[in-house]
Ligand binder design. Structure first.
Ligand code: AMP
Length: 395
């Protein structure tokens, strides 16, 4: 696996695919600069070597050229984060980009306009990728968030750098963290899968059964498993057409020696609302008109015991509707258990969508071993797929 440390960037120009797809408010101000800050170590290493950087990214989902998706909006935020002036090219290909890239001196940075202003980016167009490739000597991919897409800048462009291509520090760390959980893990290994639906996590569950010793199933998925076993789930979210699959997963787990842990009690509510009336219910006896929206106290104690007995922990998906304060306690308690286990030496990886939001919202970010920056890319990795952006560097 080639990383930045395999290259000396002295007098070299790095063409870096970063993921600066950051959230903006109505005034086009960056509301969360995590992704910009995450790319900093890579950029700094190259500058310190005596190289220059051409940064390319997408922002949002523009249809053609749309000013509101211009990367110019985030230029000052990047300058703040890096503490260096950043030049800007108003088109990622063409004369302006070539002129500005050619004029770049060691220690300087050029940001290219939104890649997705050209539909060729998402199409993985080879000519477009070749034009991008002219802007640097060494291709660096540091965008985990788009590594599952075979786009021009994430995958195809690598063809034009047969020897001179590598992973940036961020992407290398993502790969190492996933590897540490799925392949080179210290036992016992636990996966906590929560979130809304079984259907969106099936492939993850099936792949993970070969890797873990314990599997906690929580969140909305609980009720499909409980109903499949004959429990009464009231009005809880439930996928009737996935009940057979749930039973099959339990059978597979048993055959593979994986212990599955499911909530035994829940916080049930008489409405999907923060102000609903609530009661603690046996998970198998939720009355009609009531729905389970969070894990109950006995469940949290059980989960805490499992979490603290494991040496490797993967967490994907909240234990309840954490967006509503009344149903956030289970997710917070799980975060605390994982933080505690991490303090005692476990390796913990949080990744894939809403659990990352939860970890940030409740302040556990620095108390777990690693928080992934990629949603879809993380899920596809957990499904056991080799991501095209990663394969393009390895090949
Ligand atoms: P996912 O994107 O699959 O990880 O799902 C995350 C979503 O699942 C969050 O928005 C949660 O509010 C939701 N969720 C978690 N538990 C429940 C539940 N018991 N009932 C309904 N939605 C839930």
């Amino acid at each position: 696996m080639k990383t930045l440390n395999d290259f000396n960037f002295n007098n070299k120009q790095a063409l870096i695919r970063v993921d600066f797809n950051v959230p903006l408010n109505d005034n086009f101000e960056v509301t969360d600069a995590t992704r910009i800050n995450s790319a900093k170590p890579t950029i700094i290493k190259i500058l310190e070597d005596g190289g220059s950087c051409v940064l390319m990214s997408h922002l949002g989902r523009p249809k053609g050229v749309q000013e509101e998706f211009s990367l110019q909006h985030i230029l000052s935020k990047i300058e703040d984060a890096l503490g260096v002036e950043v030049k800007f090219a108003g088109n990622c290909v063409g004369e302006e980009a070539i002129e500005k890239a050619n004029a770049l001196e060691p220690g300087e940075i050029l940001l290219l306009e939104n890649l997705r202003f050209h539909e060729e980016e998402k199409q993985g167009d080879k000519d477009f990728a070749e034009q991008l490739s002219k802007l640097g000597d060494i291709y660096v991919n540091d965008a985990f968030g788009t590594a599952h897409r075979a786009h021009a800048s994430t995958t195809i462009v690598a063809q034009f750098f047969p020897e001179a291509k590598c992973f940036g520090h961020l992407l290398a760390k993502e790969i190492e963290s996933i590897d540490k959980v799925l392949n080179n893990s210290e036992k016992p290994v636990l996966a906590v899968l929560g979130g809304a639906k079984v259907s969106s996590k099936i492939t993850v569950i099936e792949n993970i059964l070969d890797k873990v010793d314990h599997l906690i199933i929580g969140g909305g998925m609980t009720y499909t498993f409980i109903k499949a076993q004959g429990g009464k789930v009231g009005d809880s979210i439930c996928e009737d057409d996935k009940m057979e699959l749930a039973l099959d997963i339990m059978k597979q787990a048993e055959a593979k020696g994986v212990k599955i842990h499911i909530p035994v009690d829940v916080i049930a509510a008489d409405d999907f609302s923060n102000d609903a009336n609530t009661q603690i219910c046996d998970v198998k006896q939720i009355p009609d008109g009531w729905q389970g929206l969070d894990a109950g106290p006995q469940t949290l104690q059980n989960f805490n015991d499992v979490v603290n007995s494991c040496k490797t922990i993967l967490w994907n998906g909240p234990l309840g509707v954490f967006e509503m304060e009344s149903f956030s306690k289970g997710t917070i308690a799980l975060g605390e258990s994982i933080a505690n286990s991490t303090k005692n030496g476990a390796f913990s990886l949080v990744g894939g969508g809403d659990s990352v939001a939860a970890v940030k919202q409740f302040g556990f970010e620095d108390k777990v071993s690693y928080v992934s920056t990629g949603g879809g890319a993380m899920l596809e990795s957990l499904e056991g797929k080799t991501l095209p952006g990663i394969a393009a560097i390895l090949n």
